[in-house]
Design a binder for this molecule. Structure first.
Ligand code: SF4
Ligand code: SF4
Ligand code: SF4
Length: 270
């Protein structure tokens, strides 16, 4: 091959490369826009994200599907979604009726371990530090006698907003003025949680607990957040019923423990 032919071939190669690069750039931009549009169409109702998740569109793009949050969760509350979820394939979610986040890791470890910050630790760190400052400012408090980590961990879990629980009045036993006695989800149920009765113990199986309530209130007594999230309210018709407040974290423990066939209290993701 002479020098001139070589030069023509080189020019054609460079021209071809430029066209290909340009086409890829245009296609890539188009694909991004298309994917972004289809992201908005992914059904969200099952996507209760782990604590600290940023807004859904950015979460879908930022999560690298590494599964570290799945691995670190001590109660294995976090799962990775399957192929039918489209763009959400491989992203983490929680199905609280089967296994909620019960905060038994104490320090929101899924958030701390997330390498991309789509589980964003910043608001939790700030809430923890603010709570310690407020405790120190209380008159008569000797901070040398207080464990700041205890204050921080309570403030951090109270800051979580995965969703908010909602009661189905037509099936809730309390709304029907009924009690509950027995193992709430049956002896075969595999879910675990740390009961507020023994807040320092690790999680144990729900099926090891027998309840006996004149009026059902399991969602209230087993809530890891307590009265900032849910309390027993006297309704206008004189019934003692569960009432959910804005302090609900959406952890889903209530949804797991509820003894009705289909949960009468369900977390709606934010
Ligand atoms: S740790 Fe973060 S990046 Fe990894 S799967 Fe979980 S949310 Fe996604
Ligand atoms: S546990 Fe279920 S049935 Fe019982 S009071 Fe709560 S929502 Fe109602
Ligand atoms: S009411 Fe309590 S147990 Fe239920 S989702 Fe809210 S914080 Fe969790």
């Amino acid at each position: 091959m002479n020098k001139e032919k070589k030069s023509i071939k080189r020019r054609e190669f460079l021209k071809g490369s430029l066209v290909a690069t340009g086409a890829l750039a245009i296609f890539g931009t188009g694909a991004f826009v298309l994917d972004k549009e289809s992201a908005a169409n992914v059904p969200r109702e099952n996507h209760l994200r782990p604590p600290g998740a940023i807004d859904e569109d950015n979460f879908l793009y930022g999560c690298i599907k590494c599964g570290l949050c799945v691995q670190i969760c001590p109660v294995q509350a976090i799962k990775l979604s399957g192929a039918k979820e489209g763009l959400a394939f491989g992203t983490p979610y929680i199905e609280p009726r089967q296994q909620p986040c019960d905060f038994s890791c104490d320090a929101l470890q899924c958030i701390e371990t997330c390498p991309t910050a789509v589980l964003n630790f910043v608001p939790f760190k700030e809430a923890g530090l603010k709570a310690v400052e407020e405790a120190a400012a209380q008159p008569g408090v000797d901070m040398s006698q207080v464990n700041p980590f205890e204050i921080q961990k309570v403030a951090m879990k109270q800051e979580v907003r995965m969703g908010k629980a909602s009661v189905n009045k037509s099936t809730c036993l309390a709304h029907r003025e009924q009690g509950f006695k027995g193992i709430s989800r049956g002896s075969e149920f595999k879910g675990i949680y740390r009961s507020p009765d023994d807040a320092n113990a690790s999680a144990s199986p729900l099926n090891e607990r027998e309840f006996d309530r004149e009026i059902c209130n399991l969602c209230i007594t087993e809530c890891p957040i307590g009265e900032k999230a849910i309390y027993q309210k006297l309704s206008r018709s004189g019934k003692l019923v569960p009432h959910v407040l804005d302090g609900c974290t959406g952890c889903g423990v209530c949804q797991m423990v509820c003894p009705t066939e289909n949960a009468s209290i369900v977390v709606e993701p934010y």
